[in-house]
Ligand binder design. Structure first.
Ligand code: GTP
Ligand code: MG
Length: 414
């Protein structure tokens, strides 16, 4: 866990990314959260006063506010002040950064699911917008009432309706993608997934490895949609590499759920490159957060390389050779994705780890199994191949997890 101080610093970065200027921050030590106002009433007064002095109109809580907290706090801070929590802020950034159709649908769904139980006057403009009304206030528009009970009811129904619609639409997009994936699976190319804390340099590494333009920015959650590219390893084998959404501590569960489908790509990868910003003072907590999130989305025991990025920075931390972290990864490699240092070594290490994750089998495949023979050539490493009258005898290294697919061709004698 990050200290309160570091967590607030990160919240300030999130606010900054969302386009909100941070004018001040404060914290309170509590044994338990206040049931209605989250923090104590004295603290609330203090914040209200400070906000007035500074001319602030947004207040952001670092922890998730319950719908009740949200309502009470909105009442206390009044019409002019927007009350947000970390989740709402992250949702907002996600909404700004989503690029693909699926990404947009996912984020829209997450937003509505977040809003539904928190529906108060701050959100009551929704239904009116949907109805084509343009009045923002509670008076003046034709047929518009103030944000009373009725309007809330209308909004709730409208949101529930949109949630169902979005779910159905997402279902379609996903069905399409899974057909796509099946096709890709036939090619047998191994898949590497880049995972890591937001801003660790995943996209930069992707760019350096593929020599292609991908979006890189010094902001949180620059990448939201998974992009997949093809790269060649030093041994000439092609592999796919996928850039993914970054993680952060206190990532709202509802967002993880919304992006679960996108994140499934990670679950199916053959190798994870866990990219960390080794120049960040909270490197260790960030590594832990990423591993925790991977466990939460139930990523199985896939080979992992820890990539210590940004070693060009003077503040970059090094990890001792005898540090226990080495035991948790197949390899630890230092790189500068930006400058290109260590990239060649990373590629050889990838090759090495792929090789280690393979087992040697002797197979006999009848010629009619042409597709499987091709698959073995791209997926595995063929050691020897002998053509007989009826088929091919092969000695081949295949990834351990694919063993089941070839077992029925296995030769047991000789
Ligand atoms: N000094 C230095 N900066 C780097 C290095 N790699 C990445 N950066 C910078 O770190 C920032 C974040 O890089 P990205 O590649 O966008 O990070 P990301 O992990 O894709 O971040 P999200 O998509 O937001 O999760 C950018 O300003 C990069 O230029 C590096 O090796 N050295
Ligand atoms: Mg990125």
């Amino acid at each position: 866990m990050l200290s309160v101080h570091d967590s607030l610093a990160e919240l300030a970065l999130l606010a900054d990314t969302a386009g909100i200027e941070v004018l001040g921050q404060t914290s309170q030590k509590l044994d338990r959260v206040h049931p209605s106002t989250f923090v104590g009433s004295g603290k609330i007064e203090e914040v209200k006063e400070a906000m007035q002095e500074l001319g602030a109109n947004v207040v952001i809580f670092d922890d998730e506010l319950s719908p009740r907290h949200q309502r009470e706090l909105e009442n206390i801070f009044g019409e002019e002040t927007k009350v947000l929590d970390r989740s709402a802020l992250i949702l907002d950034i996600f909404a700004q950064h989503a690029q693909t159709h699926e990404g947009r649908l996912q984020i829209e769904l997450a937003q509505y699911e977040y809003r539904l139980p928190r529906l108060t006057r701050q959100w009551t403009h929704l239904a009116r917008q949907a109805g084509g009304g343009s009045a923002r206030g509670g008076s003046g528009g034709v047929g518009l009432r103030g944000p009373g009970e009725t309007q809330l009811e209308v909004d709730r129904r409208e949101i529930s309706r949109r949630i169902s619609k979005l779910k159905a639409e997402l279902e379609q997009v996903r069905a399409h993608r899974s057909r796509h994936r099946q096709q890709r699976d036939k090619t047998g190319m191994p898949v590497i997934a880049l995972v890591g804390y937001t801003n660790a340099g995943k996209s930069t590494l992707m760019r350096t490895l593929t020599h292609e333009e991908v979006y890189v920015a010094n902001q949180l959650f620059a990448t939201l949609d998974t992009t997949t590219r093809r790269i060649s390893l030093p041994n000439g084998k092609a592999t796919l590499i996928a850039d993914t959404v970054g993680f952060i501590q206190k990532l709202p569960t509802m967002l993880i759920a919304a992006f679960r489908a996108t994140l499934e790509g990670i679950t199916e990868a053959d190798l994870l490159l866990h990219v960390v910003d080794s120049s960040h003072p909270n490197m260790w907590q960030q590594i832990e957060t990423v591993e925790d999130t991977l466990a939460e989305i139930e990523v199985p025991d896939i080979p992992r390389i820890l990539v210590l990025n940004k070693v060009d920075q003077p503040s970059a931390l090094t990890i001792e050779d005898n540090h226990p972290i080495h035991g948790e990864y197949n390899a630890v490699v230092k790189v500068s994705a930006l400058k290109g240092d260590g990239i060649a070594e990373l590629l050889t290490t990838i090759e090495q780890v792929f090789k280690e994750a393979m087992v040697s089998v002797k197979l006999f495949l009848p010629y009619r199994e042409g597709e499987m023979i091709n698959w073995l050539h791209s997926r595995g490493v063929v050691q020897s191949e002998e053509h007989t009258e009826t088929g091919v005898k092969m000695e081949v290294h295949v990834p351990e997890r694919d063993l089941a697919r070839v077992q029925r061709y296995e030769l047991h004698n000789t």
